[in-house]
Design a protein around this ligand. Sequence first.
Ligand code: 5GP
Length: 345
Amino acid sequence: MHVETDIKLGFKNVMIRPKRSTLKSRSQVSLERTYTFRNSQRTWTGVPIIAANMDTVGTFEAATVMAEHKMLTAIHKHYSVDEWQAFLSTSDSSVLPYIMVSTGTSDADYDKLKAITALNDGLEFVCIDVANGYSEHFVEFVRRVRREFPSLTIMAGNVVTGEMTEELLLSGADIVKVGIGPGSVCTTRVKTGVGYPQVSATIECADAAHGLNGHVVSDGGCTCPGDVSKAFGAGADFVMLGGMLAGHDESGGELVEDDGKQYRLFYGMSSDTAMNKYHGGVANYRASEGKTVRVPYRGPLVATLADIQGGVRSTCTYVGAAALKELSKRTTFIRVEEQENQVFG
Ligand code: 5GP
């Protein structure tokens, strides 16, 4: 039995140490990044935050708002080809560089991906994700998509270790999706005992990816703008958000009222709720690995996006990073046993 004894860190285990800075104001900090992807050879510029491909988050409505802020949306995979066609025909072409087509790994998923990408050659990104990115079948699917679509930028996952990050990049992925178990509505760690604290996973996978000119997205576990900064500080090229972007006007999930307060339903994509909705129930060989919760209704997405951007800009000024690009180089994490003062709740 081999036990790794060095401690792996999550967002709650670290803070970013402030550093001397010459920056006068957070308004000076640019959050835009420009990346060239190793396999697609495409170049992309934008603010590298991605709305998760959950049907309560990665909606067409959210994508329109995210794109106005030069942020990405991984559109969830349950829209039909007809719905895609309707969206693309009514959207401005400026939205295209900021949307990702999500797909699963079945033959039917593959055919649907072909049909959607055939609708508009301005579509640049595909998100191929499964709960367990370690399976051979998954890697083979990534290879197949790479062969068929040489110029699509492929984001693939989820994994949490350097060797599998390398394997996916060498199999055709451009951006590796990092995260097993940190999500706000994820129960994988409870159901299976499998997982990896997200800050360490991000540091280790980013290190492996950057050695191959690849990129990573830190997916899951961010609960506040400070966590988004920590993910970038850990070396993430992109950060994917689910719960932080749920509960808005543009989100999916049924609106419910309780005691005069409004909520929106939010659930994991492998929760009972999602499986009942899309697969007519939970298959008897598997347990659901997601929860269903309700989040307070939060109004328009723009206010939340401004809050996140403000937080990350402020982090940059604390460490003297004039641009997001410099944040990870200027980040020193300190291990902590406390976060915020909770005396007033
Ligand atoms: P959050 O930002 O809400 O903490 O995490 C969002 C991420 O949780 C998603 O991008 C996805 O990787 C993950 N996720 C979404 N639904 C489920 C689910 O049902 N089960 C598990 N294990 N993870 C999920």
